[in-house]
Structure formats: structure tokens, C-alpha cells
Design a protein around this ligand. Structure first.
Ligand SMILES: C[S@@+](CC[C@H](N)C(=O)[O-])C[C@H]1O[C@@H](n2cnc3c(N)ncnc32)[C@H](O)[C@@H]1O
Length: 307
């Protein structure tokens, strides 16, 4: 299947920032803070020792907590309690997904909208593994600076690919050395709902086109028909009021494509789960609640078993 690159949308300087100090880039710091909190929990689901350093290095969030003990209402806080635990669970589940994909032969990993993901540094990769990190230049430059100051050492060959995923990102990825003939583990974690629908469709079609047999893709989707129905949910309200991030403003509001269906139609096997499935599996994480902004969240795992 082929996809046509969506018209490149040039970010407007007045509305968008390229780095982590505002706009969608700031959401990368939100997830980093959540991972820092998760790391310091006695029953943590995932460990990321670098996460708190990103939070401390960015003026935009210098006063955010990096341990649950720094939050006055602790786990009762919808943002730093329940939502952060959601990100901790998501990190663990997608760590396991990627490690499963390399166990079955993939040696290329592509993190789409990588943000401050430090999997290249955290996980035990087999030798010969290459991790491509796609995000916007400002986000990757901040990440590089913080990790360089920590003298962090990657456990795989790490290749940053600074490019906007609303345009033609394939040229940048293949130009960075990506080999479409080799199986790949792809990840779009916390990304697709920020993209316009044509960019999501282009992304899925492109992953399909560049995936040799043995490739795998995991992505996160939101199924709600109208995201604004959850405007008053505890999570969105706390995120807006406590740290000034209005997620609903950042999410694309248009109808979402059926990306899992699109992959299934081209011969991928797909499995769709709620996050709550994994809360039950791991014995910790968020469970459903009334007016729940997480209600429509789905984690989709797709495998290409034939050409
Ligand atoms: C919520 S963060 C998630 C980051 C990372 N995947 C994680 O889970 O830690 C969303 C990321 O998507 C990136 N992103 C959003 N829109 C993008 C675009 N059009 N092109 C490239 N990256 C984009 C942002 O810069 C940000 O780093």
C-alpha cells in the first residue's frame, strides 16, 4: 500500500514552539515527570533514571514533582497520582512489546514522536540493534543536551531523526540509514491524537510500506467520538490547572481514521487492549472511573506475519 505525503504544514511561530518549553513539546516533559515518579515508587513498573533530569533541566517545569512524596495529596492527585501511573504502566507495556519484537528478530526500532523516551539507554538491546528516534528538532536537541551532560551511554546505536511527522518523514528516516528490507519494531506512543487524520493515515500506510515480514507496530489511539465530552474529567482538569497543559487544545479534534482496521486489511494481525487490561495483568495502574478521560484509550499491537 502506498500513501501520499500530506501537505507539509509549517508550524506557525506564533502558535507553536519547536522545543519542550511549550505546545506539544511540553507533553514530552509531562511524560518524563510521570516516569520519574514511577521510577521512585517501591512497586515501580518501569525504571528511567534519566527522566527526572529532563524535568530539572527545563525551566518550564522546574517546580514539577519527580517523586510522589513531593505531591501534597500523593496518589489522590489526578495528575501526579492516577495519570502518572498510567504513563508508568504504558512505559512498561511498550518496553515489553519492543523487547518481544527484537527477541523475534527485529534489529531496527523506530520511535515515532520519541520525545524524551530513553529506551535506547534503558533497555537491554541485542547487539546490532539500531534505535531511530523521530521527533521535532527542538525536542531532540534538548534531549541530546541533557543526556550528554549526564554522560549517558546508549545500549544500542541511537540515531536521532529530526523531522515533523506531519510532512514527508520517510526521506529523513531512510536518509538516516533505515533499511526497509529488514524487520522493524515501530512505536507510536502518545502521538497519533496530536496529528491531523491525513498525517496519521500517511504514517500507518508508510509503516505498512516500509515493514518487512517480521515487523511489529504498537500505537496508542483514542476512540472517543467527541474528546470535549471529557473536558471536565479529573485528569484533564488537573493537567490544565496544575501545570497549564490543556491536552484537549493540543489534540487534533477531527474524526480519527481506523488505523487498526487499515493494518488488518493489509494483512497485519492486530490486537487491541484497554490500559485497564494491563492494570489487571500487572496488579497496579489505573482502573475505570466515572467521567474517565482514559475510557477511550486503546493500545494496539500489530504484527506483520506475511509479505
Ligand atoms: C506526549 S509526548 C510522547 C513522547 C514519547 N513517545 C513518550 O511516550 O514519552 C508527544 C511527542 O510527540 C511529538 N510530536 C507531536 N507532534 C509531532 C509532529 N508533528 N512531528 C514530530 N513529533 C511530534 C512531540 O514533540 C512529543 O515529543
Amino acid at each position: 500500500m502506498t500513501g501520499t505525503a500530506p501537505q507539509h504544514t509549517r508550524p506557525q511561530e506564533t502558535r507553536e514552539t519547536e522545543g519542550v518549553d511549550g505546545g506539544v513539546g511540553l507533553t514530552a516533559l509531562l511524560v518524563a515527570a510521570a516516569r520519574a515518579i514511577e521510577t521512585h515508587r517501591d512497586d515501580s513498573l518501569a525504571q528511567d533514571v534519566h527522566a527526572e533530569h529532563f524535568v530539572r533541566a527545563a525551566p518550564a517545569c522546574a517546580d514539577w514533582p519527580v517523586r510522589i512524596e513531593q505531591v501534597p495529596d500523593g496518589d489522590g492527585n489526578p495528575l501526579w497520582g492516577r495519570f502518572a501511573r498510567y504513563f508508568g504502566l504504558r512505559t512498561r507495556v511498550l518496553d515489553d512489546f519492543l523487547l518481544g519484537a527484537v527477541r523475534t528478530g527485529a534489529r531496527q526500532v523506530v520511535l515515532l514522536g520519541a520525545g524524551l523516551d530513553t529506551r535506547a539507554y534503558r533497555l537491554e538491546w541485542p547487539s546490532g540493534c539500531v534505535v531511530y528516534e523521530i521527533d521535532r528538532d527542538g525536542v531532540l536537541a534538548f534531549k541530546h543536551r541533557v543526556l550528554a551532560e549526564l554522560s549517558a551511554t546508549a545500549r544500542a546505536a541511537r540515531v536521532p531523526v529530526p523531522v515533523d511527522l506531519r510532512g514527508d518523514w520517510v526521506t529523513a528516516l531512510t536518509g538516516a540509514g533505515f533499511d526497509p528490507a529488514a524487520p522493524t519494531a515501530w512505536l507510536a506512543e502518545g502521538l497519533l491524537f496530536y496529528l491531523p487524520a491525513p498525517a496519521e493515515t500517511y504514517l500507518v500506510d508508510t509503516v505498512d510500506r516500509l515493514s518487512a515480514r517480521g515487523s511489529a507496530l504498537a500505537f496508542e489511539a483514542k476512540l472517543e467520538k467527541d474528546l470535549l465530552d471529557y473536558r471536565d474529567s479529573a485528569i484533564y482538569t488537573a493537567t490544565r490547572q496544575q501545570i497549564g497543559i490543556d491536552l484537549l487544545q493540543l489534540f487534533d479534534k477531527g474524526p480519527r481514521p481506523d488505523s487498526a482496521g487499515r493494518l488488518a486489511a493489509t494483512g497485519w494481525s492486530t490486537a487491541t487492549h484497554t490500559p485497564f487490561d494491563f492494570t489487571r495483568r500487572h496488579g497496579r495502574g489505573p482502573l475505570p472511573e466515572p467521567n474517565d478521560a482514559l475510557e477511550g484509550n486503546r493500545w494496539v499491537f500489530a504484527h506483520r506475519t506475511r509479505e
